[in-house]
Design a binder for this molecule. Structure first.
Ligand code: AMP
Ligand code: FE
Ligand code: FE
Ligand code: ZN
Length: 286
C-alpha cells in the first residue's frame, strides 16, 4: 500500500519548513504523494512541486482558504487547482493584502501599548505574502520584546487580547466557487476541530466536493463520523497531518497516512471536471 499526506504547511504561510524540508520528511515517511495547503496562498506550490519532482514524490497543488458559514470560521481546502488561474491569482492577492493590513493593525495596537515592534521587522521575518499572528509573535520574540511565543499570544495576540484583530473570511460559497473556477476541488478541512457540523449541509449545497475525514487532531470516533457523513452526501474522502513544521513540538508529518486510492479518487474527479494539473499518474512507491 502507498500513502499520501494532503495537508501540509510551509513557511509560505504559518509553517516553519522550507518546501525542501517538507519533501525531505515526506520521503523519510515514504509518502508517494503530498499536497501543500498553505493558508490563503499558492506561493509555495511551485518550489514544492520542484522539490517533489527531484524526490520522486507526486505533487498535488493545493491551498487552504479561510472561509465563513453562518458566522462560523471554516477552512476549505482546494486541490488540483490551476495555480496560474488569473481569477484565482487576483482573488488570492486581495486576500493577502487584507492579511498584510491586519498585520499593520496588530503592530499599531502593540505600539500603542508602548512596545516598539516595527512592522518592517514582522514582514521581513514573515517573508511571504500570507503573514499571520505567528509571524507577529516570532518578531516580538526576535526583538526581545517577549520571552517566548506563548507570552506573545497571551499578552497581545490571543482572541480578546489588545492586539487581536479579526481575520477576513470569504463566504464558504465564494471560496468553493473560486476553487472550482480554477479547476480544483473543494474539501472541508478538519471538521472535527471546528465542531461546526450544523453548517455542513449548507456548504454541501454550495458545491463542496469532499471532507477531510483523516486528520491528526481527529479521534477514531470523529474519523468514523465524517467517513459516514462523506458516504451519506456522496463526497470524496481526504486526509492529512496539517503539519506546520517544528514550531508546535514534534512535526506532525507522518502521523496521518492517507491510503493512495483516496488520491486516485480525488484525481479522477478532478479529471472529470477537466482539471489540467492533476492527471492520474502512477505513484513511485508500491
Ligand atoms: P492567524 O491565522 O493569523 O489568526 O494565526 C493563526 C495561527 O496562530 C495558527 O497557526 C495557530 O496555531 C497559531 N496560534 C494561535 N494561538 C496560538 C498560541 N496561543 N500560541 C501559539 N500559536 C498560536
Ligand atoms: Fe495554520
Ligand atoms: Fe485549518
Ligand atoms: Zn492547515
Amino acid at each position: 500500500m502507498t500513502f499520501a499526506d494532503l495537508h501540509l504547511h510551509t513557511r509560505f504561510s504559518d509553517g516553519t519548513y522550507e518546501p525542501a524540508e517538507v519533501v525531505w520528511h515526506a520521503r523519510r515517511h515514504q509518502l508517494a504523494a503530498l499536497s501543500l495547503t498553505d493558508h490563503d496562498t499558492i506561493e509555495g506550490c511551485a518550489p514544492t512541486a520542484a522539490a517533489c519532482a527531484s524526490a520522486g514524490i507526486e505533487f498535488i497543488p493545493g491551498t487552504e482558504l479561510t472561509a465563513e458559514q453562518d458566522g462560523d470560521e471554516i477552512h476549505i481546502l482546494g486541490y488540483c487547482l490551476d495555480t496560474r488561474d488569473p481569477k484565482l491569482l487576483v482573488e488570492i492577492a486581495k486576500f493577502q493584502a487584507v492579511r498584510q493590513d491586519r498585520i499593520r493593525e496588530m503592530v499599531a495596537r502593540i505600539n500603542r501599548l508602548r512596545v516598539p515592534l516595527s512592522v518592517d521587522a514582522v514582514f521581513a521575518l514573515a517573508n511571504c505574502r500570507a503573514p499571520g499572528r505567528p509571524h507577529v509573535a516570532r518578531a516580538l520574540v526576535k526583538a526581545g520584546l517577549c520571552r517566548n511565543l506563548d507570552e506573545a499570544f497571551e499578552r497581545f495576540l490571543r482572541k480578546d487580547r489588545p492586539a487581536w484583530v479579526p481575520k477576513f473570511k470569504m463566504s464558504a460559497a465564494v471560496a468553493i466557487q473560486l476553487i472550482h473556477s480554477a479547476g480544483g476541488l473543494a474539501v472541508l478541512a478538519h471538521p472535527g476541530l471546528n465542531r461546526t457540523d450544523a453548517v455542513i449541509p449548507a456548504i454541501v449545497e454550495a458545491g463542496l466536493d469532499g471532507i477531510e475525514c483523516y486528520h491528526s487532531k481527529h479521534g477514531p470516533s470523529e474519523t468514523t463520523q465524517y467517513l459516514e457523513m462523506a458516504a451519506l452526501h456522496g463526497l470524496l474522502i481526504t486526509g492529512g497531518s496539517d503539519c506546520h513544521g517544528s514550531n508546535k513540538g514534534r512535526p506532525l508529518i507522518g502521523t496521518v497516512k492517507l491510503p493512495y486510492p483516496f488520491v486516485e479518487q480525488l484525481k479522477a474527479k478532478a479529471a472529470e471536471r477537466g482539471a489540467a494539473t492533476c492527471t492520474p499518474s502512477t505513484p513511485i512507491f508500491s
